[in-house]
Design a binder for this molecule. Structure first.
Ligand code: SAM
Length: 274
C-alpha cells in the first residue's frame, strides 16, 4: 500500500507525506476527522485534510503555546483553552503547580473522543479533575465571562468555518474582557510566510492589548519555515519570565532561553506587522 497525504497550503504549494495506515475516519457535524499513521511523523490528527498535530512533533507546538504565556504570569490559577480538543495544550498547562482549573472550550466533542481513543499520549490530561470540558462555540462562551481568567489560550484550527471569527479584533476584545486585570492571552496565528491571516490577526491583538508581540517556532508538522503565535498582555511584558518554576516543569523544547529567542523577529516579519 502506497498512500500519500497531501495538504494544499496555497494554490501552488502542497506538502505530501506517506501514510502507512488510516486508523480512523469519520464525518462529525463540524468537520472530517481522521487519524493516520506516518512512518516519519508518528500518528497524525487531520481535520478537513489539514494536519493538526503529530505524535512525533506535537511537543514543540504545545509547549510553546502554553509555557510562554504561563511563565509570564506570577500565579496562573484559572486558564481557558479555546479549541485544543486533542488535549496537548491542557497537558502542558497542567504542569504549572499554581493552575487550579482549566476550562477546555471545544466546539466538536468528537475531536476529544477520537483523540482519547487514538492519541492517548497527547490527550491523557483531559481526564484530570482540574479540567472542565465545555462543548460550545468559544466565540460565544468567551462573551459570557468578565474579568475571570488569568490566561486564555486560543488553540484553534486555521480561520475556516467555526474558527473564522476567532481571528478578528472583536473576538480579541471579548478575550480582553474575559481576562483579569493582569491577564494574558495567546493565539496560534499561522505561518507568517504562507498564512494570509497572519498580519491581520497580529494587528487585531496589537490594537486591543497594551503589550503584544508575535513569537516564532519551527514545527516540522506544519508548513515550511516559521510557525507563529501572538501574545497579548494587559500588564506583564515578555522578558519577565518566572523561571524559578522551571525546576518543577519538565519540557523537551521550551526553556527560558528559547522563550526570549522566540520574540526575536526577522526584519521581514517585523515589517509585515508595522
Ligand atoms: N494545533 C492545531 C493546529 O493545527 O492549528 C489546532 C489544534 S485543535 C485540534 C483545534 C480545535 O479547534 C479543533 O478541534 C476544532 O474543533 C476547534 N475549534 C474550531 N473553531 C472553534 C470554536 N469556534 N470554538 C471552539 N473550538 C473550536
Amino acid at each position: 500500500m502506497d498512500i500519500w497525504f497531501t495538504e494544499n497550503h496555497t494554490e501552488g504549494y502542497k506538502v505530501s507525506w506517506r501514510i502507512d495506515k488510516i486508523l480512523h475516519s469519520e464525518r462529525s457535524p463540524y468537520q472530517e476527522i481522521a487519524v493516520v499513521e506516518s512512518p516519519d511523523l508518528g500518528r497524525a490528527l487531520l481535520l478537513d485534510n489539514t494536519v493538526q498535530t503529530t505524535t512525533r512533533f506535537e511537543f514543540i507546538y504545545h509547549e510553546m503555546i502554553a509555557h510562554v504565556p504561563l511563565m509570564l504570569h506570577p500565579r496562573p490559577q484559572r486558564v481557558m483553552v479555546i479549541g485544543g480538543g486533542d488535549g496537548g495544550t491542557v497537558r502542558e498547562v497542567l504542569k504549572h503547580p499554581a493552575v487550579e482549573t482549566v476550562e477546555l472550550v471545544e466546539i466538536d466533542e468528537r475531536v476529544i473522543e477520537v483523540s482519547k481513543e487514538w492519541l492517548p499520549q497527547i490527550s491523557f490530561a483531559l481526564d484530570s479533575e482540574k479540567v472542565n470540558i465545555k462543548i460550545v462555540d468559544g466565540l460565544q462562551y468567551v462573551k459570557q465571562h468578565a474579568s475571570r481568567y488569568d490566561v486564555i489560550i486560543v488553540d484553534c484550527t486555521d480561520p475556516v468555518g467555526p474558527s473564522l471569527e476567532l481571528f478578528t479584533k472583536n473576538f480579541y476584545r471579548d478575550v480582553f474582557n474575559a481576562l483579569k486585570a493582569d491577564g494574558i492571552m495567546v493565539s496560534q496565528t499561522g505561518s507568517p510566510t504562507f498564512s494570509s491571516h497572519f498580519t491581520e490577526a497580529v494587528k487585531g491583538i496589537q490594537e486591543v492589548f497594551p503589550h503584544s508581540s508575535p513569537y516564532l517556532t519551527c514545527e516540522p508538522t506544519y508548513i515550511a519555515g516559521f510557525w507563529s503565535f501572538t501574545i497579548g498582555s494587559k500588564k506583564y511584558k515578555f522578558d519577565n519570565i518566572n523561571s524559578d518554576r522551571m525546576a518543577t516543569i519538565e519540557t523537551r523544547y521550551y526553556t527560558p532561553d528559547i522563550h526570549r529567542a522566540a520574540f526575536v523577529l526577522p526584519k521581514y516579519i517585523e515589517q509585515m506587522i508595522k
